[in-house]
Design a protein around this ligand. Structure first.
Ligand SMILES: [Zn+2]
Ligand SMILES: [Zn+2]
Length: 362
């Protein structure tokens, strides 16, 4: 990443007058070394060489056919880069790293505009990532600007997917919550829940949990503890069912003899693991709910037990066995004092799975 002086060009990220150029690709310019560094750690290191053919003059084409082929190659390269920069930004977001998400998200927006034009609904996800990073950094007016771009495009495009509309409303809800407009926030978060339910055809999908969670947090700020409490329970129930399903798949594998397993196996092992996004979301929701429940003056034992059980499954699924074990113990302690609790198969299966792991098999 050596520096070379350069003038007259617009810098990457801010479009300010360029003073340095990336020596590795020779086609990327920056206003200063700070922006060069920010771009490098976010995304440029990954795309540096890929940008060269996009940013150098096209070769001389001998025929229309060649020119067309050249344009198609350029377009598919841009489509690849739009997706790759978007995924990179999204991964930084999952890690809570808003700062490093921004350059990657800006590139994703730029590539999407180049492919689809400035008013396409395809731009909305990139605007939403930019909005989310801005809100995460406390840059509310910047976030609001990105959101109004996204909102405007959604309003003009009747065929925008429900999933994207849910995400738009979630971010609008978070913006209003950050600005202290709690009623407006609740309005948008309720829309988030509505569209997410429509998108996934059920009220019990993990994509719906986020809307409920943020609504609960707003009710909590309004001191409406009963509503907050029941929405938090809804969130826990959704994660409980989701994890329970994943645990059940693993348990069936554990108890199924290997020969039968081979017959039934169709190569699909993806569905029984928790992806990175869900892992980040579950952590962001379940930890504050645990804190909320632990601080409540009269915690209800059934609710505590269900939350502990959910966390035990979560830690098992992310391979943190000591934590999984710890939460299983907490479930047992909580249910011990319940007058009439039924033995729970699901917990029993989880304990079996934990004990099946080498470190725990004694
Ligand atoms: Zn700059
Ligand atoms: Zn470069």
């Amino acid at each position: 990443m050596a520096l070379e002086p350069e003038g007259e060009r617009a810098g990457e990220l801010c479009l300010g007058p360029a003073t340095v150029r990336c020596a590795a690709c020779g086609v990327t310019y920056y206003c200063d070394v700070d922006h060069q560094h920010a771009d490098w750690v976010s995304i440029h290191e990954k795309i540096c060489q890929l940008l060269i053919p996009l940013r150098t003059a096209p070769p001389f084409y001998n025929s229309d056919k060649e020119r067309k082929l050249g344009q198609e190659q350029k377009r598919s390269r841009e489509i690849f880069l739009a997706g790759m920069t978007y995924d990179t930004a999204q991964n930084f977001l999952f890690e809570g790293n808003h700062e490093d998400a921004i350059p990657a998200a800006l590139h994703s927006l730029k590539f999407s505009i180049s492919i689809h034009g400035p008013n396409s609904v395809e731009l909305v996800p990139a605007y939403l990532v930019l909005a989310e990073t801005s809100l995460g950094l406390g840059h509310l007016s910047q976030g609001e600007e990105y959101l109004s771009q996204a909102h405007w495009i959604v309003l003009k495009n009747a065929h925008c997917s429900r999933d994207v509309q849910a995400k738009l409303h979630r971010n609008l809800g978070l913006l209003h919550a950050a600005k202290g407009n709690l009623d407006d926030s609740l309005y948008h978060l309720a829309n988030d829940v509505y569209f997410a339910c429509c998108a996934f055809g059920t009220t019990n999908h993990v994509a719906v949990a986020g809307g409920y969670f943020h609504m609960a947090t707003v009710f909590f700020r309004q001191n409406r503890m009963d509503v907050a409490d029941s929405l938090y329970s809804e969130v826990v129930n959704i994660w409980y069912d989701h994890f329970n399903h994943l645990i059940d798949i693993q348990y069936q594998k554990l108890i199924t003899p290997a020969e039968i397993d081979l017959l039934s196996e169709e190569g699909g092992t993806e569905e029984d693991i928790l992806d990175e996004k869900q892992q980040a979301e579950a952590t962001q929701m379940l930890n504050p709910i645990l804190e909320f429940r632990e601080q409540s003056p009269k915690p209800r034992l059934e609710k505590m037990a269900k939350l502990f059980h959910t966390l035990a499954m979560f830690y098992y699924l992310i391979h943190d066995l000591p934590k999984a074990d710890e939460f299983v113990m907490k479930v047992l302690q909580a249910t011990e004092h319940l007058p009439e609790h039924e033995p729970n198969d699901s917990l029993y299966h989880l304990v079996k799975l934990i004990k099946s792991k080498p470190a725990y098999a004694k």
